[in-house]
Each structure stands twice: as structure tokens, then as C-alpha cells.
Design a protein around this ligand. Structure first.
Ligand code: HEM
Length: 385
């Protein structure tokens, strides 16, 4: 393992890095792929082949990787911070709620959700506030089967719990996250009690999980799904509206939007890193990770690694293996919402362009906020002249 002392680029997580991480990540991939993060005991992995290897190596545990977050935020046991049989028993009902059969059921609902979001848009509407965030709310309430009269309440909870996504919260944020999660639990608990037979929430309630674990699945989907989906939607709409040829192909070519969205997900990788701990010495392609090491798996870097993707800085709809990116993780903890995101984003883009063929952006370049997790673009105002 090498330790970089004089890199010519902005340090990881510095202000300059947050605004534009790619120069630092490119330098680390090339020169210091197992980077010891200054002032911590963390090793940061930035190469595609190392990050991909971690996800499928059982010696890298999610429980170990999440231990400090659990301590800092009081996060309850969930599928995200467990491994092996315990993880499997929590993931099975989660997969029933969010997996392929559930997805087939919600597809018509996604079209309705997109229609409801784009219909009231007008010149002066804000991309994130009026498109991306309400759409994320409607996508989640559709898949969870939350009754229409509770959508506004869910929206408030989703915004409040988004703060709990931060893996290294300051004490005040950790407290705010705990309070918001407790309030979401109370809200979802009541919904489950009142859920109609056969609805997704009723099925989750009857899945055999005890109630706190069932509520934990709803929390995980809301904390891990709402904000990343909203950020991704802003990025995708921004890119599409800024490119006349791209928007024409999305409207004209069946299937193009889904292929383009897959690579937009790679390009953005809204959740830029995940954590694991090595429970024994492990040999990765770029070097040995000693037992006990906390590892930050920088999937945002892996998904821009030129050894994994030709021209990684471009969004291309014609990649040979479009799903080989790591934006949804890989292995046992592979994102349970991936299918939903893959279905929802193209629906929004095609619905938006069909409903408002003249829609345009007021701010042309995509500018990033100084936020590490999730990576968050600055929104812009829309014109519909
Ligand atoms: C663009 C949006 C999203 C991105 C980029 C994303 C990314 C990820 C990643 C990287 C992981 C793996 C974490 C790890 O290995 O430690 C994950 C796990 C997970 N995601 Fe997503 N996610 C998104 C949306 C969603 C949505 C909409 C839902 C639910 C409706 C969801 C539910 C989950 C769950 C339940 C897990 C935990 C799986 C497990 O631990 O077994 N995600 N997600």
C-alpha cells in the first residue's frame, strides 16, 4: 500500500474535490490506488477492478464497514449493515416488495406519476423542486403502495430523512436523522396497520418479519432511494435538455432512452462510495488490504475508470456491457431499487419531452454543489415557451 504525500491534485474531500472530484480520482487511480486517507485509518479504493473485487469477496463485510456509522447515527440493524444469513432474512421480504414482480405491477403507475409531475410545469418551474423531487416521491409511493391521501405526508418524511444518508454525519445531523427516521417509522407503522389486504405494505406486514425490521426496509428504501433518484433525475434531465440531438432520439427511437439512462446512471453514480471492513488479509488486484482495514470503495471513481469503460466521461447509449457499472453496487448488497430506477428514469424523460416539446433550461452548464454524498447538482429554472 502506498501513501501519497505530494499529489499535484486537490486532496480527497477538500472543497475543490467536492466541486470537481475527477482530477483527484484520476490521479489516485493512476498513482495511489490503495490510498491511505490522511488523518484516518481508511483506505480509499479508486480502480474499477479493485472496487468490483471487494463487492464479491466475503472477507469484506458490510457489518464491519457500517459499524462506525451505526455508532455515530444510532442506525438500527438493517440489510445494509448485516451479512450472511441475517442479511438474507432481511433482504428476502425487501426483494418481494421491490423486485421484478413488484416492478411489473407498478409500471403503469410510473407513467401516471410522470404525467402528474410534468402536467403543471410552467415557465419558471424549478427542475429539482418541481420535477425531480416530486417524481422521486411519486415513484416511491407508487412502489410502496402508499395511499394518495398520504403522498404529501410521505414527501415531508422523505425530505426529512434524506439527512440520514450521510455516512459520516456531524452530531447535529445525526440527531436530526434519528428524529426523522423515528417519525417516518411512526408514520409507516400506522400505514401498515391500515393497509388494505394484498397491498405492498400489507404483504410486508405479513412477511414474517417483526415490525421494526419491516419498518427498517421502508426506511432504507426512503433514505437510500429518494434523494439519489432525485439527484439523478436532475442530472439526466439537464443533460438531455442541453442536447438537441439527444432529445430528438429519446422521442423518436424506442428503447433509446433506457439505454442512454443506463450510462447516465454510471456517469453520475449518485452514491459515490460505500464502506466495507476487511476481516482478514485480502489480495486485491492492486495490492494487499490488511485484516481490520476500513475500506472506502469509491464506486464514483470506478465508474469513470478508463480501464473499465471506453471514454468514461461520455454518456453513451451503445456500450457493449451497459450494466457492468457499480452505481448500484454489486454482489449480495446489490441495490434492490435498481430495477425501479431503470424503469422510472426513461419514463420521466419521454413523458417530459412529449408533454413539453419546447422545454428548455435557463442555466446551461451543469454545476455541482460541494456535497460528497450524494453528488448533487445545482438545479435550474425551466422555460416552456
Ligand atoms: C439512483 C438511485 C439509487 C442509487 C444510485 C442506489 C445505489 C445503491 C447502492 C450503491 C447500494 C449498495 C450499498 C452497499 O453495497 O453498501 C444500494 C443498496 C440498496 N438500495 Fe439503492 N440506490 C438507488 C435507489 C434506490 C431505490 C429507489 C430504492 C428503493 C425503492 C433502493 C433500495 C436499496 C436497498 C434496500 C439497498 C440495500 C440492499 C442490501 O443491502 O441488500 N435504492 N443502493
Amino acid at each position: 500500500m502506498s501513501v501519497a504525500t505530494h499529489s499535484p491534485v486537490a486532496p480527497l474531500f477538500s472543497f475543490a474535490f467536492l466541486l470537481n472530484p475527477e482530477p483527484t480520482l484520476a490521479w489516485l487511480r493512476e498513482n495511489d490506488p490503495l490510498h491511505a486517507l490522511a488523518g484516518t485509518d481508511l483506505i480509499v479504493l479508486t480502480r474499477y477492478e479493485d472496487c468490483a473485487a471487494v463487492f464479491i469477496e466475503p472477507a469484506f463485510t458490510a457489518a464491519g464497514g457500517q459499524a462506525r456509522r451505526v455508532e455515530a447515527s444510532g442506525a438500527p440493524v438493517s440489510m445494509l449493515n448485516t451479512d450472511g444469513p441475517q442479511h438474507h432474512s432481511l433482504r428476502r421480504p425487501g426483494a418481494a416488495l421491490l423486485g421484478p414482480p413488484a416492478l411489473r405491477r407498478v409500471l403503469p403507475g410510473l407513467a401516471a406519476a410522470a404525467g402528474a409531475v410534468v402536467a403543471p410545469l410552467h415557465s419558471g418551474s424549478d427542475l429539482t423542486r418541481d420535477v425531480s423531487e416530486p417524481y422521486a416521491t411519486r415513484v416511491l409511493t407508487t412502489v410502496l403502495g402508499i395511499p394518495p391521501d398520504q403522498v404529501a405526508s410521505f414527501d415531508r418524511h422523505a425530505r426529512a430523512v434524506a439527512v440520514a444518508l450521510d455516512p459520516m454525519p456531524r452530531p447535529a445531523s445525526a440527531r436530526a436523522g434519528q428524529d426523522a427516521v423515528a417519525a417516518l417509522h411512526a408514520f409507516a407503522d400506522e400505514l401498515m396497520d391500515a393497509a388494505l389486504a394484498g397491498s405492498p405494505l400489507a404483504q410486508l406486514a405479513a412477511s414474517g418479519l417483526d415490525r421494526p425490521d419491516a419498518l427498517g426496509i421502508i426506511t432504507l428504501a426512503t433514505v437510500g432511494g429518494w434523494s439519489p433518484l432525485a439527484e439523478l433525475t436532475t442530472v439526466a434531465v439537464h443533460r438531455v435538455l442541453g442536447d438537441p440531438e439527444l432529445r430528438a432520439r429519446i422521442v423518436r427511437e424506442k428503447g433509446f432512452a433506457a439505454r442512454w439512462c443506463e450510462d447516465a446512471i454510471r456517469w453520475h453514480t449518485p452514491i459515490p462510495f460505500v464502506s466495507r471492513r476487511a476481516d482478514r488479509d485480502v489480495a486485491l488486484p492492486s495490492g494487499i488490504v490488511p485484516a481490520g482495514t476500513q475500506v472506502l470503495v469509491h464506486i464514483g471513481s470506478a465508474d469513470r475508470d478508463p480501464s473499465g469503460f471506453d471514454a468514461p466521461g461520455e454518456i453513451r447509449a451503445d456500450r457493449d456491457h451497459p450494466r457492468d457499472h457499480l452505481a448500484f453496487g454489486a454482489g449480495p448488497h446489490y441495490c434492490l431499487g435498481a430495477g425501479l430506477v431503470r424503469a422510472a428514469l426513461p419514463v420521466l424523460l419521454t413523458t417530459l419531452l412529449s408533454a413539453h416539446p419546447q422545454i428548455a433550461l435557463r442555466a446551461k452548464p451543469l454545476v455541482w454543489q460541494a456535497s460528497a454524498f450524494p453528488r448533487r447538482p445545482i438545479s435550474t429554472v425551466l422555460d416552456l415557451a
